[in-house]
Design a protein around this ligand. Sequence first.
Ligand SMILES: *Cc1c(COP(=O)(O)O)cnc(C)c1O
Length: 379
Amino acid sequence: MNEQSPMAFVDLKAQYQAHKAQIDGAIQQVLDHGRFIMGPEVAELETALCQFAGAKYAIGCSSGTDALVLTMMAEDIGPGDAVFVPAFTFTATAEVPLLLGATPVFVDVDPDDFNIDCDDLERRIEAVVAAGELTPRAVLAVDLFGLPVDYDRLHAVAERHGLKIWGDAAQSFGGAMGERKVGTLCRATATSFFPAKPLGCYGDGGAVLTDDDALAERMQSIRAHGKGGAKYDIVRVGLNARLDTIQAAVLLAKLPNFPGELERRETVARRYDELLSDVVKIPSRYQGRVSAWAQYTVKLPADRRDEVAANLRERGIPTAIYYPMPMHMQTAYRAYGDGEGSVPVSERLSGEVLSLPMHPYMEDADVVRVAEALTRAVS
Ligand SMILES: *Cc1c(COP(=O)(O)O)cnc(C)c1O
């Protein structure tokens, strides 16, 4: 490839070309049988996801955001409830408690693993209890960039205060803590199949994984308008939040290649580590916590970050900033936070982070090209 030719940030076309026959065949099969809504591929995928992750139930649904909605509706979250969320995350994490009338409480993150800071969480839970206005119900833990939260520590804090833990694993499906895969690390785990996520479909899609029988049954009902045993027996208020059969078929075709893709992401990450450890602050690694490497995110001095990104862009290397603003500073969410300075690590990180091209179809030469360009840009 020519030095200056533009590179993909996530190369979905290369992935499709590599597995075109299986994917085309899977879509064609749905076109042939015509069961576009809750066709057989949806249940097949749910079984395959359970086998992959080791969870008892997987409930396919229309997006990662709706996976969070299903989880919280099934838990009867509503007005007066506090849901603790990291301030450094994608909008959906804080959006969903608000949609249900609950209150998101922003918690700062750890500067090294980018995930919820358990000490700050404990302080915020105690503050909510002391204020006496809201009932602390749950922590929505985000495995940012694909790295699972330190669930051992998080479970200890949540248990001390009687809180449930839900996982926002939109970026971490395929990750693990030791032998236990994401999907089994907390009470309910929501994930996303948005095309650019580690396991993506060709549109919107998501799933919730859980081992809890009652929760699974409620979520299956809620995703289909709150139906009971029969289609027009409506037992609760629900949604239209089903996973399309075609998207389930695409995911079934992609799933056999997913373990190999995860290995390839790990190889790319290790190469970046080798090439960049003296150049920028590379992602930290933790004993037993396996990242799905949705993103490879480095830290730069805040006064250099945007200039470095512009320099890379000129050389045909796309980068991304996840996220340029913490949640409590967003126009729509200001009323729910404590203003500037209230979550200082999240505020600092939003100025320092830069995510580099990362996908399983990157050649070693691409990784080297990114690393060399970044090395030149920071010097
Ligand atoms: C992508 C993402 C979501 C939402 O997933 P969609 O499928 O786009 O609705 C939620 N949380 C996090 C952390 C995400 O990265």
